[in-house]
Structures are given as C-alpha cells and as structure tokens.
Design a protein around this ligand. Structure first.
Ligand SMILES: [Zn+2]
Length: 307
C-alpha cells in the first residue's frame, strides 16, 4: 500500500551514550487526510474516544504549516544530539530506543506526548499560536518544545522502573507538579533564568505571585474529593504560561536547584512526587512554608478525623 508518510520519513540517530533514534512521521496524507495514528493521539490527548477523522475533513498543509514542518525536519539532528544532556536528571534510565516525532495538522496542542515515545506537534496550532516558523524566536522556541516533551518521555521511562502509586487527587497533583515542573524547566527561555540558574527579575515577580496560589491549591487538594479536585487542578500546567501555578512554580524552583548543572536535579527526580513538598518547603517564604509543612505532615496521619 502507498504510504505517504514514508516520503517524509527520516530517522536521525544519536550516537552518544543512549543511542536514541528520532523518527519523523506525518500524521496526514499527501491529500490532507488525517491518519489513524494522529486520530488516536488526539483521542488520548482529549480523553475523547469518539473523535473521528470525519470531523476534520481534508486539508492540505498551508505554506505556513509547511514552514513549521520543514523547521522541525531540519531540527532532527540537533534534537538527537540533545537527548544525552536532556537525560542527565534521570540517572540510569534508558530512554526508548526510538522516539517518533509525529507531525499532525488539526485538533492538537502545539506539542504533546502520545503513549510512551511519540512526540506530537500540531503544525496548525504552532502557526496559529506563534506565527511565522522562521523568526529567530521560533527557531529557538521549537528546541525548548522538543526538550520539554522529550523530558516527559524520559519521565514515563523512569516511572516504569520506579512504580509510583497515585492514589488520590492530591497524589496526582504532586505528580503533575513534578513532571510538568521538569518539563517546563526545559521551556524556560532567558526571560526567566540565566545560564547559571539565577532567576531574572521578571521570574522573581511571577514566582512571588504564583507561590501563594501553589500553597492554596495543594493544601486544599490534600482532602479534596474528585469533583472539587478537578477545579483545584485547573491551571496547574494548562493555560497561559505565566499562570501555571504548579508547572511554572516548580520549574523556577528547579532552575535554582540546578544552578546550571542538571545533575543537581537527579535527587528531585528520585524523590518522586512527595519530593515536591520538600522542594516547596525549601523555597517558600515564611508563612507559606508553614502551611505547606502542615499539609505535608497531615498526610502522615494514619486515620482521618483527627485534624
Ligand atoms: Zn508538559
């Protein structure tokens, strides 16, 4: 059978320590129809098994979308070369042998992970959110997007070797803070952090605005039921970047931990989701530190009803 994706397929190998192969694939055919794999990725992303190809019709790539596809294609060797250093926080974890870069057109987020080892980019969304692919800002930005998503791939590989029990919405929130915190650490541009891990003035202002939100949400999540929890989790890592109370807050703490050397992050990966409470107590000021300490300690109460 004719496979249009093969026309565009390209693999790039990192010959370094981990031997990661990056394989580029299209989630659309030459005549603009979405592929079953892209539909599966969207179903997974949206938690909507009913999504079907018929919803999207057929739409060949615009010139702008093609420019994003070409930019990503030219980045493949650069990204393959980045995989070793991106793996530094994950000591002794073997990344998947092949990571697929799946380019799709409608319905996705700008970048997201599907299953264990597929990084999806929605070309339409990239153009819509960030404009022309070939601006200097976007040529750098797309590297950070890859780094962010590849970090999620690594965290999934880590979890397979270090099973983590997530038994409550509170556990889920801590896990999201950890994984999205590290992912968003990779998203930080020089607007946020200098090369040696010093926060910029802008970052400090945003962090002091986000920290009370982090404490309020995490403390409330400690005993929240499912319905209440869904509301409390809002904005943890979705929505405007500067309002991500979980992901950006933790990313900025991790940047100060790393001080430009990602080996300093290994202990926070190894600490798992509970480590977020320790990290918070290290960086939060005065009263907020006390509140999160109480939240952490209350979790150790063996039976409910005493607090
Ligand atoms: Zn993410």
């Amino acid at each position: 059978m004719f496979n249009p994706a093969a026309l565009y397929a390209q693999t790039v190998k990192n010959e370094g320590h981990h031997q990661v192969v990056l394989a580029l694939k299209n989630g659309f055919s030459e005549d603009g129809a979405v592929t079953p794999e892209w539909i599966e990725a969207l179903r997974c992303l949206r938690h909507q098994p009913g999504i079907s190809a018929g919803q999207f019709g057929q739409k060949t790539l615009s010139a702008e979308e093609t420019a994003w596809a070409n930019l990503i294609k030219t980045k493949m060797p650069v990204w393959a070369a980045m995989t070793d250093s991106l793996a530094i926080p994950f000591r002794a974890i073997t990344p998947p042998g092949t990571v697929t870069i799946l380019l799709g057109n409608p319905g996705g987020e700008d970048a997201f992970v599907y299953k264990d080892s597929t990084i999806c980019f929605d070309l339409n969304r990239l153009h819509h959110e960030y404009g022309d692919a070939l601006t200097a800002i976007n040529i750098d930005r797309i590297d950070r997007f890859f780094a962010h998503e590849f970090t999620h791939v690594l965290h999934k590989a880590w979890r397979k070797q270090h099973p983590v029990e997530l038994e409550s919405p509170f556990d889920d929130a801590l896990w999201d803070c950890l994984t999205e915190g590290l992912g968003n650490y990779r998203s930080l541009s020089d607007k946020w952090v200098t090369e040696n891990g010093t926060l910029t003035d802008h970052a400090r202002v945003v962090l002091s605005r986000l920290q009370p939100v982090f404490v309020q949400r995490i403390s409330a999540l400690r005993h929240a039921g499912d319905e209440e929890a869904a509301k409390l989790m809002e904005g943890l890592s979705m929505g405007p970047f500067e309002q991500k109370w979980g992901a950006l807050t933790v990313a900025l703490w991790l940047a100060q931990e790393a001080q430009g050397d990602d080996a300093n992050l290994q202990k926070w990966v190894e600490a798992g989701p509970e480590g977020i409470l320790t990290l918070a107590q290290k960086y939060l000021p005065g009263e907020l530190k006390g509140t999160i300490r109480n939240t952490a300690e209350r979790g150790n109460t063996p039976a409910a009803g005493f607090d």
